[in-house]
Design a protein around this ligand. Structure first.
Ligand code: NAP
Length: 420
C-alpha cells in the first residue's frame, strides 16, 4: 500500500539510490525504514476562478520528508507533470541535500499540477493564495519553509508571504525564501543555484587539470538555474557553445553571448531565433563535445540511451535527478567524466535560502558580496568533503554525497530516539 501511494519512476529512483547507500552504510533495518519514508504527505484540491468565469479544480501536494534536524525546506513547483510520487522523490533528495550542506533543515517539496505558461497572472495569484491557505495548518517558519522551483518565482513567493501575513495578522518574512528584495529576500538568492553550478564545475575542471581558458560548456535549460549558470560560466571566460529551452536548442562554436541572448529571450520568450547561433536538434545537445555539461531543466535526461555517448569532462547536475540509475552505472565505468551530483551541484539555492531565513529571523541584511563569499566557502568545503569521502571509500561522488547525508540524518534520529 505505501509503495503504491508514492508509485512513480522518480521516487523509485530516489529509493534505489537510498537503498544502495544504506547497504554501504550497513544501516540498521529499523533506522533504514525511518530514514527512507517521508514523515508526511499532504494532498489538496485547489479550486480557482478562471478569467472566463469558470471554476477549475487543481491538485497540489506537499511532502515533508523529515523534520528531524529542523523545519523542512524545499521548492514549490508548478508543472503539468507534478504528482505525489515526483514530489516525494524531490523531498527525499532535498533532505539529503540539507544534511550534506549541514543546514539545520529537513527536506520538503511541493507542487501543483498545472501549466503556468497558459495561466494569466490573476489566475496564478488565485492558485497560489488558495494553495497557501490550504497549507497553513502544515507550514510555518519552524515547520516548513517553501521556495521557488520550476514554474514558480519571486512573485509567487511574494503572494505566499502576503497570504500568510494576512492570515496571521503580522508580516513574517521567514515563512518562505526566494522573495523579492523589498519583502526581505536575500541579495544573491536568485542567482545562487546557477552560480553554484558554475562555481563547482569550474572548480572540478581545475581539479582534473583543465584550464578555464578555451574551455566550453553546454547548458540545458535557460530558466532560473540554467541562465544564471550560463552567466557565471561566461563571466569565468568559459565559452557556452550550446543552450536549450522547451522550444529547442541553439549552438555557436565561438560561444553564445549571455547578455545578448537574455535580451532576445526577454523579447521573444525563447532561445530559438537568436541571431548569433544556429538551431540544433535538442536530442543531440547533451552529446555534443564540451568540457562542462550542465543539465539545468528536467529530470531523467541522461539515460542508458545516451550515457555512453556523452563527450563532456564534467557533468554538473543543475537539475534535480537528471541522471537515471542505469545511466549512472554506465558513467561509473567511464573514468573520463567527473560527476558533480545534484545534491551538491544545485545546493547553492538552498544554502542561500538558509542565509535568507537567518537574515529574516534576525531582521538583518547581508550584502551580496557576503552572501556569495559565504556560499562559495560552503560549496568548496562540501565539494572537498565529498571528493575525499568518495576516494577513501571507493564510491561514486553521488554515493559519497548521499552517504555523508544519510549517515548524518540517521545519527540524529538515533540520538533523538523513537517516540514514544
Ligand atoms: P525554471 O526557471 O522553470 O526553468 C526551467 C527551464 O527548463 C526553462 O528554461 C524551460 O524552458 C526549460 N525546459 C523545460 N522543458 C525543457 C526541455 N524539454 N528541454 C530543454 N529545456 C526545457 O526552473 P528552474 O528553477 O531553473 O529549475 C530547473 C531545475 O533545477 C529543476 O530540476 C529544479 O528542481 C532544479 N533546481 C532549482 C533550484 C532553484 O533555485 N530554482 C534549486 C535547486 C534545483 P522554457 O523557458 O522555454 O519554459
Amino acid at each position: 500500500m505505501r509503495e503504491y501511494l508514492l508509485q512513480n519512476p522518480m521516487f523509485a529512483m530516489a529509493v534505489e539510490q537510498f537503498d544502495q547507500v544504506a547497504d554501504f552504510l550497513d544501516l540498521d533495518e529499523n533506522l533504514r525504514n525511518r530514514c527512507k519514508w517521508p514523515k508526511r504527505w499532504i494532498s489538496v484540491t485547489i479550486p480557482i476562478r478562471r478569467d472566463d468565469g469558470s471554476t477549475e479544480v487543481f491538485f497540489g501536494h506537499r511532502v515533508q520528508h523529515h523534520l528531524t534536524r529542523g523545519p523542512v525546506k524545499g521548492g514549490l513547483r508548478y508543472h503539468p507533470s507534478v504528482n505525489l510520487g515526483e514530489v516525494a522523490a524531490l523531498a527525499m533528495w532535498m533532505n539529503w541535500k540539507c544534511a550534506l550542506m549541514d543546514l539545520p533543515f529537513g527536506g520538503g517539496k511541493g507542487g501543483i499540477t498545472c501549466d503556468p505558461t497558459t495561466m494569466s497572472p490573476g489566475e496564478l495569484e488565485r492558485l497560489t493564495r488558495r494553495f497557501t491557505m490550504e497549507m497553513i495548518p502544515f507550514i510555518g517558519p519552524k515547520v516548513d519553509v517553501m521556495a521557488p522551483d520550476m514554474g514558480t518565482n519571486e512573485q509567487v513567493m511574494a503572494w505566499m508571504t502576503d497570504t500568510y501575513a494576512t492570515h496571521t495578522g503580522h508580516m513574517e518574512p521567514s515563512i518562505v525564501t526566494g522573495k523579492p528584495l523589498n519583502l526581505m529576500g536575500s541579495c544573491g538568492r536568485t542567482r545562487a543555484t546557477g552560480h553554484g553550478v558554475a562555481f563547482l564545475a569550474s572548480n572540478a575542471l581545475h581539479r582534473i587539470g583543465g584550464s578555464v581558458d578555451g574551455s566550453t560548456a553546454v547548458v540545458q535549460g535557460f530558466g532560473n538555474v540554467g541562465s544564471h549558470a550560463a552567466q557565471t560560466l561566461c563571466s569565468y571566460g568559459i565559452k557556452v557553445t550550446g543552450i536549450s529551452d522547451v522550444g529547442g536548442a541553439i549552438w555557436n562554436d565561438n560561444g553564445i553571448d549571455y547578455f545578448k541572448l537574455s535580451k532576445h529571450v526577454k523579447k521573444t520568450g525563447s532561445v530559438i531565433g537568436y541571431s548569433e547561433s544556429e538551431e540544433i536538434d535538442p536530442d543531440t545537445l547533451l552529446t555534443q563535445p564540451c568540457d562542462i555539461l550542465a543539465p539545468c531543466a528536467l529530470d531523467r535526461v541522461i539515460t542508458e540511451k545516451n550515457a555512453a555517448d556523452l563527450k563532456c569532462r564534467i557533468l554538473a547536475e543543475g537539475a534535480n535527478g537528471p541522471t537515471t540509475p542505469e545511466a549512472d552505472k554506465i558513467l561509473s565505468e567511464r573514468d573520463d567524466i567527473t560527476i558533480i551530483p545534484d545534491v551538491l551541484c544545485n545546493a547553492g539555492g538552498v544554502t542561500v535560502s538558509y542565509f535568507e531565513w537567518v537574515q529574516n529571523i534576525q531582521r538583518y541584511r547581508w550584502t551580496e558580496r557576503e552572501v556569495i563569499t559565504r556560499l562559495e566557502t560552503i560549496l568548496e568545503e562540501t565539494q572537498k568533503k565529498v571528493d575525499d569521502y568518495a576516494t577513501r571509500n571507493k564510491l561514486t561522488s553521488r554515493q559519497a554525497a548521499q552517504a555523508i547525508a544519510i549517515h548524518t540524518v540517521a545519527g540524529v534520529k538515533s540520538s533523538r530516539g523513537l517516540f514514544p
